[in-house]
Design a protein around this ligand. Structure first.
Ligand code: ADP
Ligand code: MG
Length: 482
């Protein structure tokens, strides 16, 4: 798919704030967006010369990707293409170019140094330095929204901050991509640091751990490596799945783990799968991962997504209608990274045209590709009368539990309560049939059937009418938290 420049100018604008102006002018000012491919997973950018390509590839791939991901969160691959119009550097001008480049290099070197000194997430020679814990102040508990899907992970995190090494060790948190593992791990580190400033805390991606292990061997510094990890009070190891198939690193980690564990030092590990599903990792490590507590962060449901969006929207002071918030929540049901991508796009649009109201039609465009088959038409009542409230109220009136209503039981009163709940979700919240079906993990034809049945029965069954009226009242008058 050939792309218009889309968000590219905004990506460049963002980049501009992160590198010095000479660097920007020399390397980035002429890059263009060429293609977005593979359903948004790959971006091809057009650069003016081979030299430019090499330079960016060597020095700035990760920065460029970070900026791109803010607007295109799905992009995993970044490719470069040399512009067809690339002006062939003439011999006469080549000297000048080389000179300009040499001049710029001074600034660039300084800039790279500065960046390495402040940001050390990908590993650098500073890894062993005492005070470099790799914590990123961007990720705190303060901006981590606790919702049903991560509640257990948050509670356990808070508990271990109070009693590190004593309650659950290790803590093993797993989830799909973009659901908050890194954020939570970082938040644990920050909180611990503020509670116990003397604690030696280390956040590392498993990849960093691997790189340092390898370089310790190459540089014959295995002892230094061991010593370093032996002295950590809180080890936060992100993306352990990366260790798969790397036997030497597994061995090194096994010993590190044992040392720390024996000294009751807290270990928190994240992964994209539960321990048992990790491939090519020795059984003895897997069993250690399960020694403490294993927790998953599941995909958030619609209501939780709304909660998170509302929080983020408030933080960045993005003025969206409740309808728009709900539509985003409905469409972007993948993960929070995608969600942030959408909010960044909206924010960018609002900043570009601050006086022009943000239309629903524009939102439709931004949500293109996210919007699921179940486009729903919801209104403000959705937020006030959440599905949970309706389910709770139906449960109350029928003297059943919410789980019974969500169950597959065919028992007469349960089945009727379920159909009433489906009917009300459809009517009161104006949810689409597929959206209601999702709440009950059923097929949408079941919801259509339930809706028809209740509509028909309402005209002849006065008791049912009364019940439904009572439920509606409950929904609007009771304060319910879940
Ligand atoms: P993972 O490590 O699981 O792939 P991240 O921690 O990188 O996911 O999260 C992706 C993005 O979503 C981050 O910008 C993060 O701040 C945000 N995010 C994830 N979970 C939450 C949450 N519960 N509240 C607020 N933001 C969240
Ligand atoms: Mg992560």
């Amino acid at each position: 798919m050939s792309a218009s420049q889309g968000y590219w100018p905004l990506i460049l604008k963002d980049l501009k704030t992160q590198v010095n102006s000479t660097v920007y002018k020399t390397w980035f000012s002429e890059i263009k967006l060429a293609e977005v491919e593979n359903l948004g997973r790959k971006i091809v950018v057009e650069v003016p010369s081979e030299f430019n390509k090499k330079y960016i590839q060597n020095k700035y791939t990760s920065l460029l990707k970070t900026c791109i991901n803010k607007f295109y969160p799905r992009v995993i691959h970044l490719d470069f293409r040399i512009s067809k119009n690339s002006k062939k550097i003439q011999d006469s001008s080549r000297q000048e170019d080389i000179f300009a480049i040499q001049e710029n290099l001074k600034g660039i070197k300084k800039e790279i140094n500065d960046r390495n000194n402040t940001l050390d997430l990908n590993g650098s020679k500073n890894f062993y330095k005492k005070n470099i814990n790799n914590l990123n102040p961007k990720y705190t508990f303060n901006n981590f929204v606790t919702i049903a899907s991560n509640q257990l992970a948050v509670s356990v995190s808070e508990a271990i901050i109070q009693k590190p090494g004593k309650l659950y060790n290790p803590v093993f948190i797993y989830s799909g991509v973009g659901l908050g593992k890194t954020h939570l791990l970082q938040a644990i580190g920050q909180k611990m640091l503020s509670e116990k400033p003397d604690f030696k805390i280390k956040y590392a991606t498993c990849e960093t751990f691997f790189n340092f292990f390898i370089s310790s061997i190459q540089n014959k510094k295995s002892e230094e490596f061991k010593e370093y990890f032996r002295n950590i009070d809180l080890l936060l190891l992100d993306d352990i799945q990366f260790i798969s198939g790397k036997e030497g690193t597994q061995e090194a980690f096994f010993h590190t783990f044992n040392e720390l564990h024996q000294q009751n030092k807290q270990i928190v590990i994240t992964s994209d799968k539960p321990p048992k599903s990790l491939n090519n990792i020795t059984e003895r490590l897997i069993s250690r991962f399960e020694w403490g507590i294993v927790i998953d962060i599941s995909k958030p449901d619609l209501e939780d997504r709304i909660t998170v969006i509302k929080d983020k929207v408030d933080r960045i002071k993005l003025d969206l209608s409740i309808y728009q918030v709900a539509r985003i929540a409905e469409a972007v049901n993948t993960n929070f990274r995608d969600l942030e991508g959408v909010l960044n796009r909206i924010q960018a649009r609002k900043q570009l045209l601050p006086d022009k109201p943000f239309e629903d039609s524009e939102l439709t465009k931004i949500l293109d590709g996210y919007e699921s088959a179940s486009m729903m038409t919801i209104d403000i009542s959705y937020i006030q009368n959440s599905p949970q409230k309706i389910l709770n109220s139906v449960a109350q009136v029928y003297s059943l539990s919410r789980d019974q209503i969500l169950s597959k039981s065919r028992q007469k009163d349960i089945a009727e309560a379920r159909q009433v709940a489906m009917f009300l979700l459809k009517e009161q919240l104006e949810l689409s049939y597929p959206a209601v079906a999702k709440v009950f993990s059923r097929d949408h034809s079941t919801v259509i059937h339930a809706h028809k049945k209740i509509t028909t029965n309402l005209s002849k069954d006065q008791k049912l009418t009364q019940k439904i009226e009572f439920i509606k009242q409950l929904v609007t008058t009771t304060k319910q938290t879940t």
